[in-house]
Design a protein around this ligand. Structure first.
Ligand code: DC
Length: 222
């Protein structure tokens, strides 16, 4: 059996993380959530008191920063300078901040070897915005997930409420639209499908239906 690199990209709320996690567990592969690295970076910038949009100030923080992702029985722990920040990464404030710092060139360059090192031995499902285009351009299989904006907002809203963050749906919809715009229009590594990516519209599919479709494609490559 080959140890494939499977790249999954797409906008927020499309079901990427859930699908990628389930796919990785079916294949016995590592699940690499690269959004968690951008979120950890955002967490570190907020913690430092620096202005998120000040590219120079953020770049100056990088040499003082150590970011690690540790894997244990299918779950990842993210450490910033040795501190476990995993539980703090999915708040609306960190989500918005991650979208801002991820547009900074120095941040993307700094995170590149960390992501590649995790995927270097293959047998990985890597999920993010630029997996198929920048981080793993030679990935064995590339997927790009899409879904209607209203469906994505509802999904993200349910997730937030389930995690105890009270938001009204309109707020989540606006947050998502803002993040989408930034992620798709930034000048470096914008969210765009790789030329050889397969599209899956998840609007009307369950998680296992999406994973089943992916497994058909992957099985042919194993
Ligand atoms: O997938 P996510 O929602 O956890 O990602 C958080 C932010 O990080 C998202 O707004 C865009 C950014 N990101 C990125 O620019 N590139 C990636 N490979 C993953 C995430």
């Amino acid at each position: 059996m080959r140890r494939l690199i499977v790249a999954i990209d797409g906008p927020a709320g499309v079901g990427k993380s859930t699908v990628a996690r389930l796919l990785a567990s079916r294949l016995g592969y590592l699940y690499l959530d690269t959004g968690a690295l951008y979120r950890a970076m955002a967490w570190a910038v907020i913690e430092s008191g620096r202005d998120l949009a000040d590219a120079e100030a953020v770049a100056a923080l990088l040499p003082t920063l150590s970011l690690q992702m540790q894997f244990h029985q299918g779950t990842a722990t993210v450490l910033v300078n040795g501190k476990d920040v995993t539980g703090d990464l999915r708040t609306p404030a960190v989500s918005a901040a991650a979208s801002v710092v991820s547009a900074i060139h120095a941040v993307r360059v700094w995170l590149l070897p960390i992501q590649r090192q995790i995927g270097q031995d293959g047998a990985v499902v890597a999920e993010g915005r630029d997996m198929g285009t920048k981080v793993f351009p030679a990935a064995d299989v590339k997927f790009f997930l899409e879904a209607d904006p209203t469906v994505r907002a509802q999904r993200r809203h349910r997730e937030l409420v389930a995690a105890g963050h009270f938001r009204v749906l309109e707020e989540t919809t606006a947050d998502l639209a803002g993040r989408d715009k930034r992620d798709r229009s930034r000048s470096i590594a914008p969210l765009v499908p790789a030329e050889d990516a397969r599209f899956i519209d998840t609007s009307r599919l369950s998680v296992s239906e999406v994973v089943d479709q992916m497994m058909v494609v992957i099985a042919a490559r194993l």
